[in-house]
Design a protein around this ligand. Structure first.
Ligand code: GLU
Length: 291
């Protein structure tokens, strides 16, 4: 039995679109080809942008495309107690500090939090909590991108763990959950490559074991921008998944099976999956001939 554990972690802020399908397919193929488990986590810590309706819609689309999680789907909005325990640990070890800097304070500092807060916390008003980031570089090996080295200061300096409104930030929640779910390799879009050094730092500070990393190419629109959920030009047709799956496989550099039915198509895609063929670069969204 393989110890590989992968995951797909969509934010329910809109329907699954073609760009996120590529990430779902990439993580699913890798987990299946490794004979491991594939988990789904709904990343709804951002309560204002997330909706349970989108979460249901995403899960239904994943199911229609042949991707079902091997364990119960986890929802971040139910896990504040775990995030709070992690924040307490970081606070008690002196790694986290309260911060009352506003967005405009940060904008005035070039978007990077300065070594000391510009504003003192106001008594009676909840501060944000930030991680104190050391002035060092983090290195890691990515399955697609090879050896990566990033300065923690250059990827954004001291970052938020919990917002002033009480919401836990993505970086903290994702690390706690990847650790607690024993994810052995994080497979996701290369737009999150600069988050990886921060997450490695957090894992170390929280005493979590190392995990593997595999960053997939992004799908770009005709203007060279990452496809976004609001980009209605590339909806997925849950009633006819194969055309989008063929395109997504091609974008991952994989052989496209000939089968006209979903299950044999996916089984063949797993059998022929070759991780070394995943391209590093991003792709424009080009239609294949059978579209
Ligand atoms: N929830 C993030 C997103 O939808 C992905 C986070 C991750 O895979 O680490 O962009």
């Amino acid at each position: 039995m393989s110890t590989y554990r992968g995951r797909f972690a969509p934010s329910p802020t809109g329907p699954l679109h073609f760009g996120s399908l590529v990430a779902a397919l990439g993580s699913w193929l890798r987990a299946r080809a490794e004979g491991g488990a594939w988990l789904v986590r709904i990343e709804d810590v951002d309560r204002t942008r997330s909706s349970p309706l989108w979460a249901d819609d995403i899960l239904a689309t994943l199911h229609a495309f042949g991707f079902d999680a091997d364990e119960a789907v986890l929802q971040q909005s139910t896990r504040d107690t775990l995030y709070e325990a992690a924040l307490t640990r970081l606070r008690e070890a002196g790694h986290a500090y309260p911060c009352a800097c506003s967005r405009s304070d940060l904008a005035a500092c070039g978007g990077v939090h300065p070594a000391h807060c510009v504003r003192r916390p106001i008594p009676g008003q909840a501060p944000a909590w930030r991680l104190r980031v050391p002035d060092e570089s983090i290195t890691f090996d990515d399955v697609v991108h090879g050896h990566v080295e990033r300065s923690l200061r250059e990827v954004g300096g001291d970052f938020v763990l919990r917002r002033a409104n009480g919401e836990y930030a993505y970086q903290l929640a994702v690390v706690v959950d990847d650790g607690e779910q024993r994810i052995s390799e994080v497979v996701r879009g290369v737009d999150l490559l600069d988050s990886t050094p921060r997450q490695i730092l957090l894992r170390r500070l929280l005493g979590l074991a190392d995990t593997g990393w595999l960053h997939l190419p992004l799908v770009l629109d005709a203007a060279g921008r990452k496809l976004a959920k609001r980009d209605a030009a590339h909806p997925l047709d849950a009633g006819d998944p194969l055309p989008a799956l063929r395109r997504a496989l091609a974008m991952l550099g994989q052989a496209v099976p000939a089968s006209p039915s979903l299950r044999p198509f996916l089984a063949d895609a797993v059998a022929r999956f070759d991780v070394t063929r995943i391209p590093r670069g991003d792709h424009p969204h080009v239609a294949l001939q059978d579209d």
